[in-house]
Design a protein around this ligand. Structure first.
Ligand SMILES: [Zn+2]
Length: 575
């Protein structure tokens, strides 16, 4: 069955991930956008897409190829890559969209699967049945049953990576059932039937559907938000863990004179100015309106793609530095109905917070009351309970934060509208008191007591902040400059190991991996036997063997749930 799909996570933030997808030896960085090419009405050719946008993957419609005698023959003779003149990854759709639009299609599931096998699709689809939003429940159920039957057929017959559609209309229990079944059998899961929801700006429903799917599939599955091609939702969908988007919108919108921006859609006719400086907008300015129709459509489609890829880069950078919430806070204010997604996001906050990283390089900006819902706030509040202090400072939305913690992430980089007035609070705390409170915050109540009075703390000459901690002449910890996170060395790790019983703070590995970890190599997910659920991505962890002997200290690369679900890839970067 199917070809192999590799997926490796490079960076995480909220539920989002920057990953490396490997399809038939070709690599795609995610979140990725697949421009859709209509083989009968190409607005931009795949070659142009490759040259101008460097796209590694395009999507086209196998059903359209199948139904056109000439295209069908050419696709069968030369393969879909040659037909398109594109040597990257080609994903094909099955006609499901036509099925939804016209109510029936002139092919069968078996025929469209076989056709995709023959034309060499790298990623393909079975003929799933997208139910309309708010379809009658009985109807949605019936369509789902048929979809799942077709999925089983695809599992047996497809030679390509199956982009397995998860349907269920707006019924979350149906979505959960579909996700459970599809997620068990397929590595690439597509959240289908969401275009109508997106077009109606039902962002709250969108959040609930994506979150329901994510919560019911293993975390290592690659998730495609099928038909989601508007850049205004990329940050939201990525935050919920979507890895792939496809856009037919860039071309469809262009035909109607619609001009995409990262915050919404404008109409070219209404524009007195172009709020963009992509090559198209810089070159034509308002003369874009005066071009003849075909050329205008082409150029507007190019602009639409520039905007889409630009937003995708912004999302990836935000994940990379851990500032996706800052970007979301801005994007969700693009439209009142987008803002309504916040409430749904908050309902999934507890779950999302288990996936989020615990520290980051970026600033924590207080950008409004939705900060309450931020996953890093949920995590930080949880850890604040570990720390005892009489001297606190108010930091909404965290609440009362011990003065001792003002130099550790996220409090160290906290910025709120009234931050300027409280510069002086950093002065009165002794370094050792700070260090102990930070130990409690990072590792658990009582960790601070492992720091005896006689330690010697050396500060950075440049920043004046704590950098190194010595005990009896031995370096027992250093503090990372970017977030002031405590990195324990051997002696401190041993003390933590003694103070906190198994499985706290630990990642235990099997005997096969032990010699490699001893040498300082990373711990891979498949060798992990057990992991403490209180840990978060980016935490410092104790790597132990089956008898709970401490092997090494390292940084957790994924969330505990992900470590369990991922069959491959790095779990802990060992120091
Ligand atoms: Zn532009």
């Amino acid at each position: 069955m199917g070809s192999q799909l590799g997926f490796e996570v490079k960076a995480k933030d909220i539920g989002a991930r920057v990953g490396l997808l490997e399809v038939g030896g070709k690599k795609i960085e995610t979140p990725a956008l697949m421009p859709v090419v209509n083989p009968k009405r190409e607005v931009l050719s795949p070659r142009e897409l490759a040259e101008e946008f460097n796209v590694p993957v395009v999507m086209t419609n196998a059903y359209i190829l199948l139904r056109d005698e000439e295209l069908k023959k050419e696709a069968l003779d030369r393969g879909v890559h040659e037909l398109l003149g594109f040597d990257g990854v080609v994903a094909t759709d099955s006609g499901s969209f036509q099925l939804m639009q016209y109510g029936n299609v002139l092919t069968s599931n078996r025929e469209i699967i076989e056709f995709q096998n023959k034309i060499g699709s790298n990623i393909g689809s079975f003929l799933d049945i997208p139910s309309l939003p708010d379809a009658f429940r009985a109807r949605a159920e019936e369509q789902l049953d048929l979809t799942l039957e077709r999925a089983r057929e695809a599992k047996a017959e497809a030679d390509f990576i199956v982009n397995a559609g998860i349907q269920g209309s707006s019924y979350l229990d149906l979505r959960a059932r579909a996700a459970g079944e599809i997620g068990r059998d397929f590595r690439l899961c597509a959240v289908g039937g969401i275009v109508g929801i997106m077009e109606d700006y039902r962002f709250s429903d969108l959040v609930n559907i994506i979150a329901t799917v994510k919560r019911n599939i293993p975390l290592d599955r690659v998730v495609h938000a099928f038909g989601l091609g508007h850049p205004m939702v990329f940050s939201l969908a990525a935050a919920l863990g979507c890895d792939l988007f496809d856009s037919a919108a860039y071309a469809l919108y262009a035909r109607e004179g619609r001009y995409l921006t990262a915050t919404g859609t404008l109409h070219l006719d209404n524009l007195g100015y172009l709020p963009c400086c992509c090559p198209v907008c810089s070159r034509y300015g308002l003369e874009l309106k005066e071009l003849d129709k075909d050329e205008m459509v082409r150029e507007l489609a190019r602009h639409n793609l520039h905007v889409s890829f630009g937003e995708l880069e912004r999302v990836k950078q935000a994940i990379h530095e851990g500032s996706l919430w800052n970007l979301l806070s801005v994007r969700l204010r693009s439209h009142p109905l987008l803002l309504s997604a916040l409430e749904s996001l908050s309902e999934h906050g507890e779950w999302l917070s288990t996936l989020d990283r615990i520290t980051g390089k970026s600033s924590f900006y207080y950008l409004g009351p939705e900060a309450e819902y931020r996953t890093e706030v949920i995590n930080a509040r949880d850890r604040l309970r570990r720390v005892d202090s009489e001297r606190t400072i108010k930091m909404p939305p965290f609440g009362d934060v011990p003065l001792e913690l003002t130099s550790i992430y996220p409090f160290v980089s906290y910025m709120s509208p009234d931050s300027v007035e409280r510069e002086d609070v950093y002065a009165p705390v002794r370094d050792i008191e700070r260090l102990r409170a930070m130990m409690d915050y990072q590792f658990g109540s009582g960790a601070g007591s492992l720091i005896p009075e006689r330690v010697r703390i050396k500060n950075s000459r440049r920043t004046g902040r704590m950098r190194w901690v010595y005990l009896d002449g031995e370096l027992i910890a250093s503090l990372r400059a970017s977030d002031n996170w405590i990195i324990p060395k051997k002696e401190l790790a041993l003390r933590l190991h003694e103070r906190f019983p198994y499985p706290l703070l630990r990642v235990s590995v099997d005997d096969e991996a032990k010699p490699f970890v001893e040498e300082g190599r990373s711990v891979f997910c498949k060798f992990v036997l057990e992991i403490d659920d209180n840990l978060r991505c980016m935490d410092e962890v104790l790597v132990v063997d089956t008898d709970d002997n401490l092997i090494r200290v390292g940084t957790l690369h994924l969330s505990p749930g992900e470590v369990r679900d991922y069959g491959r890839g790095m779990a802990v970067r060992v120091r």
